[in-house]
Design a protein around this ligand. Structure first.
Ligand code: SAM
Length: 282
């Protein structure tokens, strides 16, 4: 079993390598898939004029820019991401009231008790030791501060992710099976675990609500297949597979997605948790 430090190092290597490259290369398509979820979590966060905000795992800064607009010129947003490639892309947005830093949010020396809001869209499931990480975030918040993030529910509740992986798996080297406490895309699927992590980190008034949302995967099955394996579980499996295995896996994905083609594209159900909490347990 890997230690939290080793797990964190794996994540840093992934997001500074194929994960970050794949996210950036797919961003236009991802943004289409995640736009509605982003709007919902931004509404939950309700950033206000003049507030100081941290965007955790900000990627290439799409949500940071939206938060910066919400807080206006008297406010400020700090985007933190472990991926140099993605922070480089975020800085290129030249958002006047936002700063971007490359760093591990679990250990970044945030100014203590000085932020109104810690926000994240799918950027908080990758910590080697989530309690240590959320404690660090909790300490950055003012006593009146708040937390708002969105994360995926379980693999089984997310057919947009599961259906292609299940179809491809028989043709690929064995896919890694993450343990229940390991970081990753679906690491916060269990709401009891999320609640425990936040309580142990000092947060209070924890609210975890389901958000069911259709996920646009591509214009048609061929387009989804052309982009398959850029990130997520398939990226890791494709990295170890032969060209013949990848070709067979892609053909299987095309077959399984074909019946889901519609005028709106290939759309499958997705399931998230919308999580809100207060900095203070009292
Ligand atoms: C699924 S992407 C989401 C990106 C962005 N929030 C968005 O919605 O477009 C996850 C992001 O978390 C970042 N990340 C992973 N572990 C991190 C850590 N320990 N500290 C800061 N960022 C991290 C990754 O580099 C990646 O950009």
């Amino acid at each position: 079993m890997k230690s939290p430090t080793e797990l964190a190092a794996d994540q840093a290597a992934y997001w500074n390598g194929p994960g970050g490259q794949g996210w950036l290369a797919s961003y236009a398509r991802l943004e289409r898939s995640l736009l509605d979820i982003g709007k919902t979590v931004l509404a939950l966060a309700a950033a206000k004029s003049g507030e100081r905000v941290i965007d955790i795992g900000c990627g290439n800064g799409g949500t940071t820019e939206a938060l910066a607009q919400a807080v206006g010129p008297t406010g400020h947003v700090l985007g933190v991401d472990i991926s140099e490639i993605l922070v480089g892309a975020a800085r290129a947005r030249r958002v006047p009231n936002a700063t971007f830093v490359v760093g591990d949010a679990a250990a970044h020396p945030f100014e203590a008790a000085s932020y109104d809001l810690v926000f994240s869209r799918f950027g908080v499931m990758f910590f080697g030791d989530p309690v240590v990480a959320f404690r660090n975030l909790q300490q950055a918040l003012k006593p009146t501060g708040r937390l708002a993030f969105v994360c995926w529910r379980t693999t089984q509740e997310n057919p947009w992710g599961l259906v292609p992986v299940r179809a491809a798996a028989p043709f690929l080297p064995p896919l890694p099976k993450p343990g229940p406490e390991d970081p990753g895309q679906y690491a916060f699927g269990d709401p009891a675990r999320v609640e425990r992590i936040l309580k142990e980190s000092g947060f209070g008034a924890i609210a975890i609500e389901p958000l069911d949302v259709p996920i646009w995967m591509g214009a048609d099955a061929a387009e989804v297949v052309a982009n398959a394996g850029r990130f997520g579980p398939l990226a890791r499996a494709f990295a170890d597979a032969t060209p013949d295995q990848i070709e067979k896996a892609k053909a299987a994905i095309a077959t399984v997605l074909k019946p889901h083609e519609s005028a709106a594209g290939v759309v499958l159900p997705g399931a998230c948790w919308l999580v809100a909490a207060k900095a203070s347990a009292g």
